[in-house]
Design a protein around this ligand. Structure first.
Ligand SMILES: [Zn+2]
Length: 453
């Protein structure tokens, strides 16, 4: 039974040289496994004139082509007759999972029990690095659907000896908190924020509940919204970034980036514009490669898979927590980034502007933003709607000023366009329930580009 600061201490604290040697050993086994069991990769190796036996180290991966989500969809039904990424016999496939499928057919992922062990190991390490132990009781608000997240977290909890309360949603009654005394909740920032507002409406202070930690995942968020959430609950909020493709990274108690479990998944950062991998400290897309332990099976393995999430490698040095595994910044979804006069703007930039400390006395935190073409062709209008507790009592001037200041802070290019009025930023204030996204089903987009073309 693991106790203390690490779930798998020897590997989590391994010296860089030994860790790199272990990674390279797993790269070699994984390439051999791919060549033997994955119809897609067997063909891919031949098509790209790659001899899998010549891929000896993680550095060799930098010379291989990149595949994307699209590649998986193009090699599964209904496009092809069979699942060409399936890399295990049906006798070894334990579950079939799917990604949420925001664009087209969901991607299918086949998990063997070995995969479940790897996925849950990653979550178990995150939980322990965030101070969890078998004393903890966690309400899981992440969905128990076709995604692997909530399910593999639950297996991780078993391995640590924790108790799981598997709601799968964040709409549970407050009696759950008063009856079971959970110590933590896993959910998205917005679900946890709405829960706090709901408790307050019931005259329950979130700070007075049994909750000691929150784990936020499912979408990227601004530091500002995390800080606000932490203040509302009076406890730390840890970021965990996971995907069905196999990334499960988490912040440790040092809050100095998310640790990537380097012995289980290899991560490189790639710039699609430059068509090359970038150095540590530079921003690009997270590209991952499954790493298999010698002798283990895998239902869907990925080599050089472009996650379409952008990140930066912060450090490969030992963290204060003692872990040696590299740390990355909170990944952002490329699909939530838009280009305005050649400058990038992500939903998280909008969120940071909304969650300014002084503004939050008036706002609920709910927001949506749209980009429109201006009156002339070279003008852009960004319209940001924020939900107020009471629009009549809101200091609109302050909220607007704080928003614009923060939104433009790290965007000198956009600031110039704002100065010369080719970029207009309009704030719109609504009462509770007044946003467009409240009228939409599913997980609506908060930042939408409505410019033509
Ligand atoms: Zn750490």
């Amino acid at each position: 039974m693991p106790a203390g600061r690490y779930f798998s201490e020897p590997v989590e604290t391994m010296e860089r040289r030994a860790l790199d040697a272990l990674i390279d050993e797993r790269v070699r086994y994984t390439m051999g496994y791919a060549n033997e069991h994955s119809p897609f990769y067997r063909h891919w190796f031949r098509e790209n004139r790659i001899n899998p036996e010549e891929i000896q180290s993680h550095e060799d991966l930098l010379h291989l082509p990149i595949i994307a989500g699209r590649t998986i969809r193009e090699h599964q039904p209904p496009v092809t007759l069979d699942f060409q990424f399936l890399s295990a016999g049906w006798g070894d496939v334990f579950t079939i999972q799917e990604t949420s499928g925001t664009s087209g057919t969901p991607k299918s992922f086949f998990l063997t029990w070995d995969d479940w062990k790897r996925y849950s190991e990653k979550y178990a390490r995150c939980f322990v690095s965030q101070g969890f132990s078998k004393q903890d009781r966690i309400v899981v608000c992440a969905s128990y659907g076709m995604n692997v997240g909530a399910n593999t977290m639950t297996v991780a909890a078993h391995r640590i000896g924790m108790t799981i309360i598997p709601f799968g949603k964040c709409d549970f009654a407050s009696r759950v908190l008063s009856s079971y005394h959970p110590t933590a909740i896993v959910g998205s920032v917005f679900k946890l924020l709405r829960l706090a507002h709901r408790l307050k409406a019931e005259k329950i202070r979130p700070q007075d509940t049994s909750i000691e930690r929150l784990v936020a995942g499912g979408e990227s968020f601004a530091d500002e919204s995390r800080a606000y959430l932490a203040e509302q609950w009076g406890c730390p909020v840890y970021n965990t970034y996971g995907s069905t493709e196999g990334t499960m990274c988490g912040e440790c108690t040092e809050f100095s980036g998310l640790h990537v479990p380097e012995d289980l998944v290899h991560l490189d950062v790639y710039d699609p514009q430059m068509k090359t991998f970038v150095r540590d400290g530079e921003c690009g897309r997270a590209v991952l490669t499954t790493l298999l332990q010698e002798g283990s099976k895998c239902g869907t393995l990925l080599i050089n898979y472009d996650t379409e999430d952008t990140t930066v490698v912060l450090s490969r040095e030992r963290c204060i927590c003692g872990r040696t595994h590299l740390r990355i910044i909170n990944p952002q979804r490329e699909a939530e980034t838009f280009w305005v006069f050649g400058n990038s703007a992500n939903r998280v930039d909008v969120e940071a502007g909304v969650f300014q400390h002084e503004s939050m006395q008036y706002l609920t935190g709910e927001y949506e933003a749209f980009l429109y073409e201006g009156e002339s062709h070279d003008e852009v209008v960004m319209r940001v709607s924020v939900e107020c507790h009471n629009p009549d009592e809101c200091d609109k001037h302050l909220v607007e000023e704080r928003f614009i200041e923060r939104f433009l802070k790290y965007k000198p290019g956009l600031a110039r366009h704002y100065e010369d009025s080719t970029l207009s930023i309009l704030l719109n204030f609504t009462g509770p329930g007044g946003l467009e996204l409240h009228k939409l089903k599913g997980r609506p987009k908060r930042f939408v580009d409505r410019r033509a073309g």
